[in-house]
Write a protein that binds this ligand. Structure first.
Ligand code: ADP
Ligand code: ASP
Ligand code: MG
Length: 436
């Protein structure tokens, strides 16, 4: 049995959903029932987070956002579901989820309260809506399917906004809730990103957390494979939006992908893959819009020439890919007043050390003031941590005012800190190196 996870863009339009149905039907025809994990439609989680922030003081604005989300999902449901009664039921379910969200917004307004807990309870609406439509669409195509809420499958701690899954409890819940359904020959649709505490309070696993849901659910049910279906054909040698010549990599070590994801490559959640790999489950990243493409296999096998095989095309060799975190700042220490600021790297010289921080919110950007803006490039490969890599990098980045090159924080990556204004040029130059 396989777990198929579909990201936000894969469920956001009628065309994408038709592709998704074909992929699921192909899977069921070839391998039997599967487990489908879906994200909220692209952009919806951001809107819901905004609604949660507005609810305590600008309740009408928050309600407006929910009204737009309701409209979008009604339109999507109408575009993909033909049958009168199935469509009618689906629209009713959408309305019920929206009504619950509106009631929550009203409560937050009365209490003038924003907490991570209340935010999670609202934000989960996105995944509830997308899976309602997807499950109905599959039913419409006569695929035997059961929609099971992820709150009944994944048990988490109460770190709202970034909850951690309690594996043994979740495995037990999955055994009870999922296995009987799968044994009856039905596929299961559930939400990514969300879970619930032992007391049943809804939680979320952090942004991009649907990848983690898929990986953990795969481990819970001892799946044969976890497939992460997204809008690109696997992990590329660089973000294809920044470097159009970037190419998909057929196989990457989990250590490499984790570093890429921590340092700007949004393609997969940094902590997502390990639970499945540790359970011995193969993880593949595939393209919903080009399902015939090979994609990327993530492996945890080290020193295996086959698994660290060459990139497609002319790129080959010990350096596989490059990513970048942009608009960072270099400071002695994080400002003590205000919100915690994630530290990306520490740079040590003989007589002092400085840190690179990544301000992500407007408040954090205000706090860091006029500190110089830099980008951190992360270059990964099985042989990345090697003096030769620093020489090669030095040669390639001759025209860039490199502030520092760093190695030693991971066996899979070296990092270069460059002025933000030269980030793209540095990325392009490093990209030409890959394979050398
Ligand atoms: P999903 O909604 O399916 O979870 P995401 O938007 O989270 O998809 O991740 C896919 C996106 O990640 C791609 O559209 C791509 O722009 C971006 N990305 C960044 N770096 C890379 C990379 N090295 N390889 C592939 N995609 C990357
Ligand atoms: N919908 C959530 C987000 O946008 C989770 C995910 O897409 O993985 O972060
Ligand atoms: Mg994602």
């Amino acid at each position: 049995m396989r777990v198929l996870k579909f990201g936000g863009t894969s469920v956001a339009t009628a065309e994408a959903l038709q592709q998704v149905v074909q992929i699921i039907q192909g899977e069921v025809a070839s391998n039997g029932p599967c487990m489908v994990v879906a994200s909220a439609t692209a952009g919806t989680t951001n809107k819901l987070l905004q609604a949660a922030t507005l609810a305590p003081y600008r309740c009408e604005d928050a309600r407006q956002i929910l009204a737009h989300i309701a409209d979008d999902h009604h339109t999507l449901a109408r575009e993909v579901i033909d049958s009168g009664s199935l469509l009618h039921d689906t629209l009713e379910h959408i309305d019920a989820h929206i009504q619950r969200a509106l009631d929550l917004v009203d409560s937050l307004h009365v209490l003038q309260e924003w907490t991570e807990q209340s935010s999670d309870a609202l934000v989960m609406t996105g995944e509830l809506l997308s899976t309602t439509i997807l499950a109905a669409l599959l039913q419409g195509w006569s695929t035997p399917v059961s929609l099971i809420p992820a709150t009944e499958l994944l048990q988490t701690d109460d770190a709202f906004g970034a909850a951690t899954v309690h594996f043994p409890a979740s495995q037990e819940q999955c055994r009870r809730r999922l296995l009987p359904v799968l044994r009856e020959g039905m596929s299961v649709v559930t939400q990514g990103f969300i879970g619930a505490t032992a007391d049943g309070l809804p939680t979320t696993l952090g942004r991009g957390g649907s990848d983690a849901s898929a990986s953990i659910l795969g481990a819970c049910v001892a799946a044969e494979e976890v497939q992460i279906w997204t809008d690109v054909s696997g992990v590329y040698s660089a973000d294809p939006r920044l470097i159009p010549t970037a190419r998909p990599i057929s196989s990457l070590h989990v250590g490499e992908i984790r570093e890429l994801a921590l340092y700007g490559a949004k393609v997969v959640h940094p902590e997502a893959i390990l639970p499945a790999l540790e359970a011995g489950i193969r993880v593949r990243i595939l393209n919903t819009f080009a399902p015939q493409d090979e994609g990327t296999v993530i492996t945890n096998i080290t020193n295996d020439a086959e698994h660290h095989g060459p990139l497609h095309g002319p790129l080959h060799g010990p350096l596989h890919a490059v990513s970048a975190v942009q608009n960072c700042v270099v400071m002695q220490d994080a400002p003590t007043d205000g919100l915690p600021l994630p530290c990306l790297l520490e740079l040590h010289t003989v007589d002092h050390s400085v840190k690179v921080f990544q301000p992500t919110t407007a408040e954090q950007r205000l706090l860091v003031g006029t500190a110089p803006t830099v980008a951190v490039l992360c270059i990964v490969g099985p042989a990345a941590v090697h003096n030769a890599t620093l020489h090669i990098l030095g040669d390639a980045l001759q025209e860039i005012d490199v502030l520092a090159t760093v190695m030693g924080t991971s066996p899979w990556a070296v990092y270069a800190v460059v002025p933000q204004s030269q980030c793209l040029q540095a990325l392009q130059q490093v990209h030409t190196l890959l394979g050398s």
